[in-house]
Design a protein around this ligand. Structure first.
Ligand code: EPS
Length: 380
């Protein structure tokens, strides 16, 4: 079982994570983790913060000479901006007045978080609820991704909708999706890419923000990850849970989930074929690679909807948590659009779940043991 815990405030000293359950003798390339961290920092529509940060992982435990020890992997990612925030975020000695916030943003954790934890300063909420936390999930997912690559499981993603600009036809061709890394908005169609950038520019001009939809494709997944037996071990349920936990994600769809609901069964279900080379296979993949809560051997395809960022430079109305008077919401420096970055976070979070369910099925203490079980189970 791969367990994880993350900690850290957006402008605190650093972000921290602990991963427990990673098998031993697995070679980890730290630079590849840094590359994924850098991929998350990109994207047209980000604000000023990303010019300050250069996210790099520092491993504190669990890896020796580039190989996992089987013990918990602890790591940290420095917040460079802490230098500018030290007097407001220091764990002991702090200026509580200058950066105090009482005007919570609609759509953010601000107000409910302040009520829940009995705070009179919304900063105590927003520092942790910030999407800065996703850097730790990328680091964890990047390790999971490297582990899964040993078993030929790979992940890709692209942005399919941003504001009113969207790809008309869903593209299920992984070779095309690979090109998303070359686009500032992770869009594989040059014309739609221009429209997306235009949408972001318009939103920025108006002090507004934008959401969108990204799609994740996972290839090489063996049959039978997840379960049809137990509700809490279903692969689609686990993926949805984890992806929904990414800041701003409000919808998760497996395959053509919503479109399928309005069609007849004969137009929806993927017919099954067999040959000795591939085993069971389908010519279509409307199910998105998951049937009965288990992977069926086809590519896993997931779409996630992200709401527009709640920080608006033309703020909406809210209520001051101290005076209870009607006011406009506070403005924190923010991004206009973080959908391209969220698509990288989605890749990594999905791979964390794939690694968890993979280890549930094939798991062992060391990599050799797992490889043996994997070969035994996947040979047709
Ligand atoms: C965020 C606000 C912005 C974003 C931040 C998430 O930070 P700041 O207030 O420091 O400008 O840049 O995202 C990150 C720091 C990141 O690493 O993704 C928010 O309010 O959620």
């Amino acid at each position: 079982m791969l367990r994880l815990l993350t900690a850290g405030e957006s402008h605190g000293k650093c972000l921290t994570g602990i991963i427990e359950g990673c098998p031993s003798n697995f070679e980890i390339d730290i630079e590849k983790i840094n590359m994924d961290l850098a991929r998350r920092q990109k994207g047209y529509g980000r604000g000023g913060r990303m010019k300050i940060e250069k996210d790099k992982i520092e491993i504190l435990s669990g890896i020796r000479g580039g190989k996992t020890l089987g013990s918990p992997i602890a790591f940290t990612i420095k917040n460079k901006d802490y230098e500018n925030w030290e007097s407001f975020m220091n764990p002991v000695d702090v200026d509580e007045i200058t950066k105090k916030v009482t005007q919570g943003r609609p759509g953010h954790a601000d107000i409910s978080g302040s009520v829940k934890y009995n705070f009179t300063d919304v900063r105590n909420v927003l520092e942790r609820s910030s999407a800065r936390e996703t850097a730790t999930r990328v680091a964890v997912g990047s390790i999971a991704k490297q582990l899964m690559e040993v078993f030929n499981i790979k992940v890709y993603s692209h942005v399919v909708a941003l504001g009113r600009a969207n790809l008309d036809d869903p593209v299920y061709d992984v070779d095309t999706i690979k090109n998303a890394d070359r686009s500032e908005v992770r869009c594989i169609d040059k014309d739609i890419e221009k429209e997306m950038i235009h949408e972001i520019n318009l939103a920025k001009e108006k002090g507004n923000s934008l959401g969108g939809i990204f799609e994740i494709h996972i290839t090489g997944v063996p049959v039978g990850l997840g379960s049809y037996v137990h509700w809490d071990r279903k692969l689609d349920a686990k993926l949805s849970y984890a992806l929904m936990s990414i800041q701003g994600i409000k919808g998760v769809e497996i395959g053509y989930g919503f479109e399928n609901a309005c069609l007849s069964g004969s137009d929806v279900h993927d017919e099954v074929f067999y040959n000795s080379e591939r085993g069971y296979y389908r010519e279509t993949n409307r199910a998105g690679g998951i049937e009965g809560g288990m992977s069926n051997g086809e590519n896993i395809i997931i779409r996630c909807a992200m709401k527009p960022i709640p920080t608006l430079y033309q703020p909406l109305n809210t209520v001051d948590i101290e005076t209870k008077e009607s006011v406009t919401a506070s403005i924190e420096r923010s991004d206009t659009c973080a959908v391209p970055a969220a698509s990288i976070v989605g890749e990594m979070v999905a791979m964390t779940v794939i690694a968890q369910t993979f280890l549930e099925k094939f798991g062992g203490d060391h990599i050799k043991e797992i490889k043996k079980r994997w070969i035994d189970c996947t040979s047709i």
